[in-house]
Write a protein that binds this ligand. Structure first.
Ligand SMILES: [Cu+2]
Length: 180
């Protein structure tokens, strides 16, 4: 088949761009563990503060030694607004909102999710030691700019342990297939 030179250039160019985009998506998803957050697990936002899953907030450890952080976002604060976790350890965040949509972004890491009233957002990631700013990256009202927190990551050997007890109702196992 005789394909015109310019047509051939466009075809190879298009194929190259597709390979680049799919490749960069694969690198981000597999290599750097970027994942789209899921919003499968639901919650009553009006009762989130007393919900067993969110009644005690902060850093806790499950039966298998997994490190978790439970946080509620509300206008215009994160509860709690400062957490300390061990470095180079998978940390699972559980978040929800009592009012409007917020965005939990641990700046300069891949830890980020939307925090939507009515849903439990969850993500797992690990951090290098350091101090990180936690910002709200979804405009949520007049105090949005002040809605910030802090993450302290210490070497695992220096970590003082969880600050709070595991929730009475443990998070459902096996990813985000909770039916609450
Ligand atoms: Cu906010």
């Amino acid at each position: 088949m005789n394909v015109d030179l310019y047509e051939r250039i466009w075809m190879w160019g298009t194929a190259g761009m597709l390979a680049l985009f799919f490749g960069s998506t694969a690198v981000a998803a597999i290599g750097r563990q970027f994942q789209p957050p899921s919003h499968v697990e639901t919650i009553n936002p009006a009762a989130a503060l007393s919900d067993p899953r969110f009644a005690s907030r902060g850093v806790w450890v499950d039966d298998q030694g997994g490190v978790h952080v439970t946080v509620i976002g509300m206008m215009f604060v994160w509860l709690p607004d400062h957490v300390t976790v061990p470095a180079e350890t998978p940390v699972t965040f559980h978040l929800t909102s009592t009012d409007v949509t917020h965005g939990y972004q641990i700046v300069r890491t891949n830890g980020q999710t939307m925090v939507i009233p009515g849903y439990v957002s969850r993500f797992t990631t690990r951090f290098a030691p350091g101090e990180y700013l936690i910002a709200c990256n979804e405009y949520c009202g007049l105090g949005h700019h002040a809605m910030a927190g802090r993450l302290t990551v210490v070497p695992a050997a220096e970590w003082a342990g969880p600050g709070t007890a595991a929730p009475a109702a443990p998070a459902p196992e096996g990813g985000d297939h909770g039916s609450h």
